[in-house]
Design a protein around this ligand. Structure first.
Ligand code: GLN
Length: 196
């Protein structure tokens, strides 16, 4: 029998509990990660939504930057919202970044009037993605303004705004799949092959 998966959710700040609940619902062991040494033995890591400047500053303070980059070199990593910003190569504001994904991100892209909204997205990489739209919840969300090199678009709004991308085993979503009862993004993340 294959060894069961163990997923970490970075728990420095933000919406980590919701991700943990979904993984446990899916029968996958998932743990809060608060120190770099806890990355050992994980099969994948989620970086949650929250406030990306805060997550970045805490990651620097707790000496997470190098260990996270090394972990991501061989393991799947998924950033939601602030987590996506933290994983990007380029962001419109100055802040600590892991600089993994070849994307350029613009923070708080949807303005004050539409701080939060929900839309149905067609995401063809998901199970039944062609026929069953994914309910995407956006909260003070960033947008992806450029996708380069090996990064590919996996979801966009009807006006063409890019809101999810993948680069090999790295996944980013500008929205919050952990705030819905549709677990297909979590299942998709679990299906990404690790390299270890
Ligand atoms: N606006 C936040 C930021 O720029 C992200 C919001 C979120 O994660 N829901 O970091």
């Amino acid at each position: 029998m294959e060894k069961p998966l163990k997923i970490g959710v970075l728990a420095l700040q933000g919406a980590f509990i919701e991700h943990l609940k979904i993984f446990s619902h899916l029968g996958v062991s998932a743990v809060e990660i608060r120190l770099p040494k806890q990355l050992d033995g994980l099969d994948g890591l989620v970086i949650p939504g929250g406030e990306s400047t805060t997550i970045g500053k805490l990651a620097v303070m707790y000496n997470f930057m190098e260990p996270l980059i090394e972990f991501a070199a061989v393991n799947p990593v998924w950033g939601t919202c602030a987590g996506m910003i933290f994983m990007a190569k380029k962001v419109d504001l100055a802040q600590p970044l892991l600089g993994l994904m070849n994307i350029t991100v613009r923070r708080n892209a949807f303005g004050r009037q539409v701080d939060s909204f929900q839309v149905n997205l067609n995401v063809s990489v998901l199970n039944d993605g062609e026929t069953k739209p994914f309910p995407a919840v956006f909260i003070r969300a960033p947008e992806i303004v450029e996708v380069e090199k090996d990064a590919v678009v996996i979801a966009e709004l009807s006006d063409g705004t890019v809101v999810a991308a993948q680069e090999g085993k790295w996944l980013v979503t500008a929205f919050h799949p952990e705030l819905t009862d549709d677990y297909r993004f979590h299942c998709y993340f679990l299906s990404l092959p690790g390299g270890a």
